[in-house]
Design a protein around this ligand. Sequence first.
Ligand SMILES: Nc1ncnc2c1ncn2[C@@H]1O[C@H](COP(=O)(O)OP(=O)(O)O)[C@@H](O)[C@H]1O
Ligand SMILES: Cc1ncc(C[n+]2csc(CCOP(=O)(O)OP(=O)(O)O)c2C)c(N)n1
Ligand SMILES: [Mg+2]
Ligand SMILES: [Mg+2]
Ligand SMILES: [Mg+2]
Length: 325
Amino acid sequence: MDEFDLIHSITPWTIHHSSVDVGIGDDAALYTAKHGVQEIVCVDTMVEDVHFKLHYSSPEDIGYKALAVNISDIAAMGGIPKYYLVSIAVPSKWTKAEIKAMYEGMNELGKLYHMDLIGGDTVSISDKLVVTVTVIGEVEKGRACLRSLARPNDIVFVTGEIGSSAAGLSLLLEETNLQNSSVETDYFIHRHKRPQPRVSVGRLCSSMNRAALNDISDGLASELNEIAEASCVSIEIDESMLPIHSDLPKLHRNWKEWALFGGEDFELTGTVSNDEWEVLKQKCETHQLPITKIGHVREKTESNVILKTDNGLRILEKKGYNHFK
Ligand SMILES: Nc1ncnc2c1ncn2[C@@H]1O[C@H](COP(=O)(O)OP(=O)(O)O)[C@@H](O)[C@H]1O
Ligand SMILES: Cc1ncc(C[n+]2csc(CCOP(=O)(O)OP(=O)(O)O)c2C)c(N)n1
Ligand SMILES: [Mg+2]
Ligand SMILES: [Mg+2]
Ligand SMILES: [Mg+2]
């Protein structure tokens, strides 16, 4: 395979934004930024055997998810994703067709959001595939949904359902043996491989007077701890209010651990004022975007996040996925 030939073959033919002045082909990309707008930039890396395994993820799946997790971080700021750059470190066993298929997976998702691929980097690596995606987006000035914007008495919410991605991963890694054959396992596996970033909910949140947001990559408990820390508040959530798929409890008796600490749901969790909660909920309903109230923000106490259960209160530590633990 020839590096330059590969780059030529993944160069998009069309652009969605006329603001792209120079895309792939020069030393750097150039785009014209607007007044009254804040640029948002984020980068996340996916590594073979850390974030996915080749025996169950197709090149398209890997590409799709590498872009999705970054769009999710833009969504968690309340922004609109616009451009992306892709850096790949590829083992020699990969064919050009497989690499192109990975870009197809990215393109499948990128085109839904009218995103332009504007650059990247290609290197060889001895063993495992590494994919790093940078996404650039924008948000109206002053409207970003920062983690530091939660205030006492706010409502705490989460979009979609949680725990399904961890269930899917457990099925893929064959850690969960299915006892109940009525469960549609493909659904959970799909949730793990093809998370849907919640850009629309992020945009609705950015139109509120004040909203804090975080996307669920490391797990609900971890993300709520980050909001509580950044906002100097405490958060109390109710176990019985957590939105889960009705089949989740059939998969494993420890399904609550998946919901709280599993991660990779790429749903949004956040807070809005009590007054604005009904407005946000209504807007989400109108657009058929699932959102659920799960608790309240409190004045800061010694515990950042508390879970109300049938057996009393439990402190939710910042435990979840951690690369070095
Ligand atoms: N190696 C690094 N160098 C500089 N900044 C980093 C590095 N790793 C993470 N960060 C920054 O730390 C913050 C938290 O990172 P991370 O937990 O990966 O966020 P997220 O879960 O939203 O992807 C982000 O602002 C990110 O940009
Ligand atoms: C083979 C495999 N093992 C374990 C996991 C679980 N896992 C890997 S990374 C991760 C957390 C999210 O990834 P990270 O790189 O921390 O994303 P960020 O928080 O930066 O968005 C989880 C739950 C997985 N997806 N695949
Ligand atoms: Mg990250
Ligand atoms: Mg994030
Ligand atoms: Mg992330």
